[in-house]
Design a protein around this ligand. Structure first.
Ligand SMILES: [Mn+2]
Length: 416
């Protein structure tokens, strides 16, 4: 009897629940909104965290202090595995007033975007570079300064005033919504009179980075030297204008940079389609496949590029290094590695050449993926890429004009 009563209660309760109508809190379903406009991604405009740009601190009043770079290290200097991991243990700058007050020349900032590669990992690039081994020592202790195996007694950290500008506040769920915060940070650094050096993050960053340079120095006034296994000129990817494979197309077609001022070195991926090749030729893009470097040698290619930039009269040069320009033998931890790429022996002298020869107004190093870099090899190489670029800039500041400069005293013993 008890069981029957219990069953009856359960039955009535179930019927009661079924009889209730569902009352949705949101009237239009997500599916309906997608069906209405399949090319849009519905967003919650009421979400207080919807604009990552609002996450930025007031750099001057939080806490209140005099402007200028802040040294956050405990010691005046140290060795590679010590210190609080800012980029190269550099002082920190929080806002443009710090850059101006400190006469900062180069401001590194991280941009941890990785959605464009289709896998996670490049977003950890900035932290990996901060943690990466610094050859020799860091800081202001002269005894810890380190020379360079090719160009001699030059320590860029003691020649160029540089800071860690922190990370751009990016939207980890959207490359499109990460464009503005990165663009604004790059513009802010340039307008404060410094050179932004973006550490990525995937290569979709090239769009805001170069667009910022064109905004500050003038559309069509900037030449771009682009090391990459990929041509990155797809008109779109899965309907997205922006990806790490299409920014070159957007930058040229939108008129930020002229096609003929765009130099690509080391192309080595699946060949661009016939349609893409047609666009590359029509736009005037100056591309050098790996085969050309294999046939003619890196120096011949570099000579041609240096002469061409000079002839164009372009005063402002942006350098973009996608680390996958290197063969995965040297750097396997990449967003999209491509066997058959440049060797370290080819890349390093080219990086010094472009920075010695040109008035560089912006740089980026992108696509390092520490999650697929179990040997730390790729991040070591990434740190070295930054070092080569910065060493070239330091040599230029010291008055060196030969793009292939070597300190002869450092190359071999002397017989005399
Ligand atoms: Mn690439």
């Amino acid at each position: 009897m008890k069981r029957i009563v219990l069953l009856a209660i359960v039955l009535l309760w179930t019927l009661g629940v079924q009889a209730q109508e569902t009352k949705p809190v949101i009237e239009k379903t997500f599916i309906e909104r997608l069906e209405e406009n399949p090319a849009s991604i519905p967003l919650d405009t009421d979400d207080p965290s919807r604009d990552v740009r609002e996450f930025r601190r007031d750099p001057n009043n939080n806490p209140k202090r005099d402007p200028g770079p802040i040294n956050i290290q405990k010691t005046l200097g140290g060795t590679w595995n010590s210190g609080i991991p800012t980029f190269f243990r550099l002082p920190v700058a929080l806002g443009p007033e710090d850059l101006k007050a400190g006469n900062v020349e180069v401001a590194f900032f991280g941009a941890p975007v990785d959605i464009s590669t289709g896998q996670r990992g490049t977003g950890y690039g900035p932290m990996a570079v901060r943690m990466g081994d610094i050859v020799g020592g860091w800081g202001e202790v002269p005894a810890l300064a380190s020379g360079h195996p090719v160009v001699g007694d030059v320590d860029w950290t003691q020649t160029i005033k540089a800071v860690d500008y922190g990370d751009a506040p990016i939207d980890i769920l959207s490359q499109e919504r990460s464009v503005l915060p990165v663009y604004e940070m790059a513009v802010e650094i340039m307008e404060a009179g410094a050179i932004p050096f973006t550490v990525g993050g995937d290569h979709s960053l090239m769009y805001p980075d170069v667009a910022a340079a064109a905004k500050v120095y003038g559309r069509g006034n900037v030449a771009v030297i682009h090391f990459d296994a990929h041509f990155d000129g797809l008109s779109s990817t899965l309907g997205h204008y922006l990806s790490h494979g299409s920014m070159v197309r957007q930058l040229i077609d939108e008129g930020h940079v002229n096609g003929e001022d765009f130099y690509q070195i080391g192309l080595n991926s699946v060949k661009p389609s016939a349609k893409d090749m047609k666009w590359m030729r029509q736009s005037g893009l100056k591309f050098f496949f790996m085969q050309e470097i294999d046939n003619s040698g890196w120096k011949t290619v570099m000579d041609e590029i240096l002469a061409d930039v000079k002839e164009s009269g372009k005063e402002y040069v942006f350098i973009s290094v996608d680390t996958d320009c290197l063969d995965p033998a040297y750097a396997p931890g990449m967003g999209t590695p491509e066997p058959g790429g440049l060797s370290i022996r080819e890349l390093f002298p080219m990086l010094r050449a472009v920075t010695i020869a040109h008035n560089v107004i912006g740089l980026e190093m992108v696509e390092v993926n520490p999650l697929v870099d179990p040997t730390y090899r790729s991040r070591q190489v990434a740190v070295r890429i930054v070092r080569e670029l910065m060493t070239g800039m330091a040599l230029r500041k010291n008055g060196i004009t030969d793009p292939y400069y070597m300190d002869k005293d450092w190359i071999r013993f002397k017989k005399d």
